[in-house]
Design a binder for this molecule. Sequence first.
Ligand code: ASP
Ligand code: MG
Length: 438
Amino acid sequence: MKVLKFGGTSLGDAGRMKNVAEIVSRQGRVVVVLSAIAGTTDSLVKIAEAYKHGELNQVKSIVEVLLKHYQRYVDNLFEQESNKQTAMTFVESQFAELVEANIETATSAIEFHILAKGEVISTELFALYCEENGLNAKLLYSLDFLRLTQENSPDEAYLSEHLNRILTGHENTDIFVAQGFICRNAFGEVSNLKRGGSDYSASLFGAAINAQEVQIWTDIDGMHNNDPRFVKNTTPIRELSFDEAAELAYFGAKILHPSSIKPARRKNIPVRLLNTLQPDATGTLISSESNNANIKAVAAKSGITAIKIRSSEMLQAPGFLRRVFEVFELYHTSIDVITTSEVAVSVTIDDTTYLESIVKTLNEFGNVDVDENLSIICVVGDFVAESTGIASRVIRALEAFPIRMISYGGSAHNITLLISEDVRVKALQALHEGLFDV
Ligand code: ASP
Ligand code: MG
């Protein structure tokens, strides 16, 4: 069995949803994971904000716009009048409690409850469309099998048990349709896997059922070797290892949710990135194999803060780094890049929620400098195969840019550099010219 995930833009209008059904119908027995229709989750975020502040007029006016949008969508999607009506009645029922301001759930869960509606609606419409077109589909409810542990990570044992039981209970079903993104928390309330989390759902479902393959369908032909928004002549990467893909997803390639590689990698399930607009194009295959292509791709991540701790105490003092890292652990802040010298250590973080407390605590160890508005540039590839010359090619390409940190050798497939945010785009372009044949 395969798991196929389609993002919001792949469902952007009724024609595109029909196209998704066409793609799905050619793949045998599958689990289809859908995001909300493009734009819906953003609107729901606004609705949740307004709802929490008691701005009911605001809620009503956003809902009105959404309802108009869905009316058009539904009119174009279905042939039969009765299905148009069933679909619209369902959509309206989802929004009724919002405009009437009578959501029956804990205040803390209201936002999650509202955000879940996007995926609930897209899957309902898709399942009904399959039915109208004679496809043998069954709508599942992800809240029945995806829940978080007390530590807020997906409960994979629970998922595997419940999802497999449902699938074996419906042996004659070809297409299972499930919501991406949404789940329950450890207390049973509606929750989610954070924005963009549908990829993660798909990978979790794939791992839970030992899928043959997980396909992530978007509207670009796979992961590119540089950011196509800023750099001309980027090309799709045919093959990536799980590690390379994880680095790229984490450090900026927007096409894939960073956590989504983990479950698939653990079960060694290949992940294919495909394009709904060109269903027959090769896309990118992510698997345990790595083809020795040296430098494969470049990505950048903005909004980085660097913290340098200088201390004479550090000189030959075992345990100094542990004490530094413990400060970050204490404040639930993860470190991305680290470089050290004998008397100083520099680290980067992207979450500055606890920056002030972190700096205050670190001040007890030595001098602390904080640099903001930085970008991480990540160069990814298979660097064991060609052991010479890689770092020099990267540094040569960036010769005109001041580099704040360089990290090389942490793994065999990335070089990470820290530069000022102001030169991020220029640095990406310079690397593209210097590293790839363009
Ligand atoms: N609909 C959710 C979002 O917009 C989840 C997803 O698209 O993956 O973030
Ligand atoms: Mg998405």
